[in-house]
Write a protein that binds this ligand. Structure first.
Ligand SMILES: [Zn+2]
Length: 292
């Protein structure tokens, strides 16, 4: 396992799943074949499946340990959950064993942070115990962006439970609130002396990025502000899953600019391969230098 240092803090990735998914023309409404082909030489095969061109994606969480807290950022899909996507349905992965192998017992997690409340970012918030969904991390405070939570709570009022983020709002978010472990935060909230929040709406109404800074170094956990590294090169390519295509593109540029300016290590939620990298400006867009 790769453990990266940022000042006195450490970062480790814990993977749940990894494999090929959508074709790029389905993933990106603004897809352009020629532009995609121009980047293919470095994307095959870590990021694009050879032959099929399907985009390779990972579902992983980031563990951040600061001198003050053990923090879990984005909690993947979870086990035993009924989902409409066949490859996400009723999973039984050894995610918690992998987390334990990284030195983190569920009881030792102090803070759980979700960059947004989509199904693949909240799953391990809860686990099944005697037929009930209970918080997986019994001693943690779960920090949800107030604006994000309010949006999905509003959807919940108008729709059935299964329709709100594929059922995950009901089985992976509401039980945390019921257990009184949820804390609604605004973007000026500082969860840890080393952590601050970057407002980055667009993929969802209340998407956030999380900035870790210490000793002159920093990392940015960007959630789904980018799904795939081709979006570093074409930041206007929002995904079909983005709530607002233009707003998402604006936030993507803002976060990428931030990473250039602060020499931040970009740590997205779904980049496979080296998982993280540094961003450089390249004409009117950007490129990524992988942190191997
Ligand atoms: Zn996601």
């Amino acid at each position: 396992m790769t453990v990266r240092a940022i000042g006195n803090a450490s970062i480790a990735k814990v993977e749940e799943l990894c494999g090929p998914g959508f074709k790029p023309n389905r993933m990106f409404p603004r897809f352009d074949q020629e532009a995609f082909d121009a980047q293919k030489h470095w994307m095959v095969s870590d990021h694009v499946e050879a032959g099929s061109d399907r985009l390779v994606g990972s579902v992983h969480a980031w563990v951040v340990r600061t001198p003050h807290h053990t923090i879990l950022i984005d909690t993947c899909l979870g086990n035993h959950k009924t989902r409409s996507a066949p490859n996400w349905n009723n999973l039984n992965t050894p995610f918690l064993d992998r987390l334990q192998a990284s030195g983190v017992a569920p009881e030792s997690v102090d803070l759980v942070m979700c960059t947004h409340l989509h199904v693949d970012h909240v799953g391990w918030n809860t686990r099944l115990e005697n037929g009930r969904w209970v918080p997986t991390f019994p001693n943690a405070r779960y920090l949800f962006a107030r604006k994000e939570y309010a949006h999905w709570e509003d959807e919940r009022r108008n729709k059935s439970g299964e329709e709100v983020n594929g059922g995950s709002f009901d089985d992976s978010v509401l039980p945390v609130v019921a257990a009184k472990q949820a804390v609604m935060i605004d973007v000026d909230h500082q969860p840890d002396p080393l952590l601050t929040i970057i407002d980055a709406p667009g993929h969802t109404p209340g998407s956030i990025a999380i900035r870790l800074a210490d000793g002159g170094r920093e990392a940015v956990f960007s959630g789904d502000i980018m799904h795939h590294p081709v979006q570093v090169y074409y930041p206007e390519w929002s995904s079909q899953f983005c709530w607002d295509q233009d707003m998402s593109a604006q936030s993507r540029r803002k976060v990428l600019e931030h990473c250039v300016e602060h020499n931040s290590l970009l740590c997205p939620a779904h980049f496979p391969g080296a998982n993280a990298g540094h961003i450089h400006r390249d004409r009117d867009a950007f490129r990524i230098e992988w942190d191997r």
